[in-house]
Design a protein. Structure first.
Length: 119
């Protein structure tokens, strides 16, 4: 499903974006990917609304970012989150090895907890 968005980028970025999407879906059971063609991002979500989004895959010419819905409110002891947005923060993903960093898995768990509170 993500191929339309990712196909606009160089092969290495597209491949990393696909790998990240697959990883996120495996770590967040029952979640689905929801591509947003107009913004060029892929939401990993439990529904159709913004409040249902756990995280996003953000491809760009510079590479891939893993964005977090309301990331500014998530505990981030590893200080991985960056970005100038007041709510949405992201982690730059350089390779598939980044997926397994303890801080990434912790952010996913915290994002899921935050979603459960929003429901």
């Amino acid at each position: 499903m993500t191929s339309t968005i990712l196909s606009k980028y160089d092969p290495s970025t597209a491949e990393l974006g696909g790998q990240l999407t697959g990883f996120l879906l495996s770590q967040l059971p029952g979640s689905v990917e929801l591509p947003d063609e107009s913004s060029g991002i892929i939401a990993i979500t439990y529904g159709k609304g913004y409040k249902d989004i756990i995280c996003t895959v953000i491809p760009s010419k510079q590479g891939i970012k893993l964005g977090f819905n309301r990331g500014s409110e998530l505990p981030d002891p590893e200080h991985l989150l960056t970005g100038k947005g007041k709510l949405h923060k992201y982690v730059v993903i350089r390779s598939a090895l980044d997926f397994e960093k303890p801080g990434i898995l912790s952010l996913l768990r915290e994002g899921l907890k935050a979603y459960d509170k929003r429901k």
